[in-house]
Design a protein around this ligand. Structure first.
Ligand SMILES: C[S@@+](CC[C@H](N)C(=O)[O-])C[C@H]1O[C@@H](n2cnc3c(N)ncnc32)[C@H](O)[C@@H]1O
Length: 603
């Protein structure tokens, strides 16, 4: 194996097509690398021990600029002497004033007003954000909660389904509710699967176990070490023992897709009909007109590739989207994905700036979530444009003059406000160092990922950049459980006679879906209140999807009675792990846990 790669890889997967993306998400821990001047043979035998890797490995032919990396390493060493990553990039210097304004922490008063307003909007008046906690911001109970009480339903500020997941689930592009019908969901998935667009997942009950009816934990698309989802099989369908998928005929699939077949009991699982994108693109579909309008208003209008798109350059958007789907090969994945994170990317005329909340972020998500990134950037641009239009109107009204003299950076700052309330650090500076990167190579590692981020964002800029904007992105995770799973569980729970009858129709479908029958909607989102919750290894609350939580919003439930004045905490990891393992996982979030349990356990 080429030496240069050893440093970074625990596993290599090269993905040149979005259909392979699920593999990337499902193998953990994994590191992606992906630009290679080496051929497939260079990697032969290197990954045989890796589950599913044979399927995943395809070495792309784009040359890895090794000489440049070496040069960078040298440059890094020099830069390191001045002990600042910032000095390395001249663009940072050029835009330093704007960047520092964007990164400037808002005043405590502004922060308090912002969160008080959000709490009021969400009508979760039993909570208060405090800023003077031991670990910075924290969420406090203003009233008592009993065990099982809903503590918070947090609406995302922005979110997007992972492009790879779009093959598995048809959901509303705004609220992530499943749409269409059970028949359409199953037919579509099988159809795409049989076209080779869906990569079947490894049968690994621990990593993507079926989310049971009774215990749906969520708000993460992450897996083993993710406390936002339990790894259990309780309540999963007995068919899940089935491993090999048995394909269905094209005819059956078409009848499911067209709605010519009605599956038994599917009327118990009515889904909203699909509402098309107002811009006329095929990318976005909605569960209602209000979701379609809201998405259009907030971000989609800038990103839409349809005939009614209002974006300045449809071609650039298409280029960007294609790149987002195909360029996993320029990314080096280097860290474990935390279950809760937030990325903030700002781009000025030439400078992308990325930061995370929660400590770290997997680089490869950047590719997948460039859609998300665009969405967030576009939301800021949209907000900016609205503010600007309002200001123009006011000026015209009061002065009779029209137009704005120069770039209104203050308006942009206002549009950026929701982002500025988050905890922000530059992503390449705080992303956790992968286990297999030696600490003496840290600087070059950080430079590599910084450069990759720059490249990716360059395309994004071309697609939607507004000259007057220097905006931003935010990220977190979302999961919406599948009604298809509910449906099969329902059939499984029927009395024997009815079950036997229904299974005559449903069993072939399950056999065709195999273990993959319960794939949920996975994506990324930013939840402003949830992201203020600190971690505890003995948490009193938990992200938990209840039966009625059918969209992408975050739901936090009390695990035990919470008294007034007590801090509400959640666990970012599996809190039952031994002390050292917990600390190792939390290192990915950029902190050493100082909760009560850890203080007691600390040797
Ligand atoms: C998602 S944020 C939580 C909100 C954060 N306190 C803030 O001020 O925005 C996670 C960050 O809070 C801090 N934190 C949360 N729980 C902690 C704990 N148990 N021990 C130490 N630091 C913690 C760490 O700095 C971590 O990176």
């Amino acid at each position: 194996m080429p030496k240069n790669f050893n440093v970074h890889l625990t596993k290599i997967q090269v993905c040149g097509h979005p259909a392979k993306a699920p593999l990337l998400r499902r193998h953990k821990p994994c590191v992606l690398l992906l630009q290679s001047s080496f051929g497939r043979k260079d990697f032969d035998g290197q990954f045989d021990d890796l589950k599913g890797a044979e399927r995943a490995i395809e070495i792309c032919s784009a040359p890895l600029p090794l000489s440049r990396l070496k040069a960078q390493t040298q440059k890094n060493k020099e830069a390191c002497c001045s002990s600042s990553m910032d000095v390395i990039c001249p663009l940072d210097l050029e835009f330093s004033d704007k960047i520092s304004l964007l990164l400037k922490p808002p005043s405590p008063n502004d922060v308090q007003n912002y969160f008080d307003k959000i709490i009021e909007e969400r009508q979760c008046l039993g909570l208060k954000i405090k800023q003077d906690g031991e670990f910075g911001k924290c969420v406090f109970a203003e009233s008592e909660f009993k065990e099982g009480d809903l503590v918070l339903k947090d609406q995302m500020l922005v979110g997007a389904q992972h492009s790879s997941n779009k093959v598995d689930c048809l959901v509303c592009s705004y609220c992530f509710r499943f749409i269409g019908s059970i028949e359409l969901q199953i037919g579509r998935k099988l159809y795409l699967q049989q076209l080779g667009l869906s990569v079947r997942k490894e049968c690994d009950t621990e990593t993507h176990s079926h989310i049971s009816k009774k215990c749906r934990l969520d708000d993460s698309s992450d897996e083993e070490d993710d406390s936002y989802r339990t790894s259990h099989n309780e309540g999963s369908c007995s068919y899940s023992q089935q491993k090999e998928a048995i394909p269905l005929s094209q005819e059956v699939l078409e009848s499911l897709l067209k709605g010519d077949v009605k599956l038994p009991y599917s009327s118990q699982f009515n889904l909203p009909s699909s509402v098309p994108c107002p811009g006329g693109c095929d990318e976005a579909q909605y569960c209602s007109k209000s979701c379609a309008d809201a998405d259009w208003e907030l971000f989609h209008s800038l990103l839409c590739t349809g005939k009614n798109s209002v974006s300045a350059s449809r071609e650039s958007i298409v280029n960007f989207i294609e790149h987002a789907n195909e360029t996993n090969d320029i990314f080096i994945l280097a860290a474990k994905l935390p279950s809760q994170h937030c990325i903030v990317i700002s781009i000025s005329e030439a400078t992308p700036l990325i930061a995370t909340e929660g400590g770290s972020f997997k680089l490869f998500n950047l590719t997948f979530e460039l859609f998300y990134g665009v969405a967030t950037i576009s939301s800021t641009i949209s907000r900016y444009k609205k503010l600007k239009a309002a200001q123009t109107e006011r000026r015209e009204r009061f002065t009779g003059k029209n137009g704005i003299d120069s770039s209104e950076f203050s308006l942009l700052l206002e549009a950026w406000k929701p982002v500025s309330m988050g905890y922000r650090r530059r992503w390449w500076e705080c992303v956790a160092l992968p286990d297999d990167v030696d600490s003496c190579n840290e600087t070059s590692f950080r430079m590599e990922i910084k450069e990759l981020a720059f490249k990716s964002l360059d395309l994004l800029k071309k697609a939607i950049f507004d000259k007057e904007c220097a905006p931003c992105i935010l990220l977190s995770d979302l999961v919406v459980a599948s009604p298809v799973e509910d449906y099969f569980l329902y059939v499984d729970d029927l009395p024997d006679k009815e079950k036997e009858e229904a299974e005559r129709t449903t069993r072939p479908l399950l056999d065709a879906l195999g273990d993959d029958y319960s794939a949920c909607c996975e994506g990324s989102a930013f939840f402003p209140l949830q992201s203020c919750m600190n971690h505890s290894c003995c948490p009193n609350a938990k992200a938990f999807k209840r039966e009625e939580d059918k969209d992408g919003q975050a739901t936090i439930i009390a695990l035990q009675p919470i008294s007034k004045g007590e801090e509400v905490t959640i666990s970012y990891i599996d809190e039952d792990l031994p002390f050292e393992e917990r600390q190792a996982l939390l290192a990915d979030y950029g902190f050493r846990c100082k909760c009560k349990k850890c203080r007691e356990d600390d040797p």
